[in-house]
Ligand binder design. Sequence first.
Ligand SMILES: C[S@@+](CC[C@H](N)C(=O)[O-])C[C@H]1O[C@@H](n2cnc3c(N)ncnc32)[C@H](O)[C@@H]1O
Length: 228
Amino acid sequence: MKRTPEPEELMDEADQALAYAEADFSESNELFLDLFSRLHPGEFRGRMLDLGCGPADIPLRFARRYPEARIDAVDGAPAMLDLAAKAVAAGNLEDRIRLHCQHLPTRSSLAGDYDALVSNSLLHHLKDPLDLWRSIRDQGAPGAHVLVMDLLRPNSPEALDSLVAQYAADAPDVLRRDFRASLHAAYTLDEVRAQLSACGLDQLSVEQVSNRHLAVMGRLSSVAEARP
Ligand SMILES: C[S@@+](CC[C@H](N)C(=O)[O-])C[C@H]1O[C@@H](n2cnc3c(N)ncnc32)[C@H](O)[C@@H]1O
């Protein structure tokens, strides 16, 4: 099925951000955490960057699972970050999760040299998908752990309809609309491999991890290399 880009990069409509924050993504967000523990067995004590954090459910789950982790979480949509700030405050985690309003590819004040760089469901939103891979490559410490999960574009309109029926039949209209648009905008495994190759990140692996998700996992090179 041919790709159709998202109409908007950011999720900055108040009703859209609220519907997303109130939806139950526990199954896929727990899968995300499980993939991270496969990539990085044991305790994680370093600095982690989450790109396109939305309402911060993944940073919150990450902070609870790894009590010594420090997290910077970035999103370009103030409406999402307002909800994220409330969730972080409700979890009493303001000292360990810092929220930043930034529109990729800008990186302004972030310190870089992160030990882990993660992102869930941002890639298909970006006008230029290489912005995500360059941000990860340029802001990670040598050998940093990388986990990016996103939707996988279905093979046919029928397969897309069936995923919408399976996962969003009872969802609010705005969420069902966004899920449909996201599946249309998502990439295939080979398209993501080509993106990684264009950024010199071929060492990262790309695999299907559920009936609607792909994941990119691995580590940045442990020595500084020439950057394409
Ligand atoms: C589908 S949501 C995913 C949120 C979160 N990662 C999660 O898994 O729940 C995508 C998020 O990426 C943000 N976003 C899209 N394009 C962006 C960009 N260029 N820079 C920063 N954030 C962006 C949107 O505002 C939205 O909050």
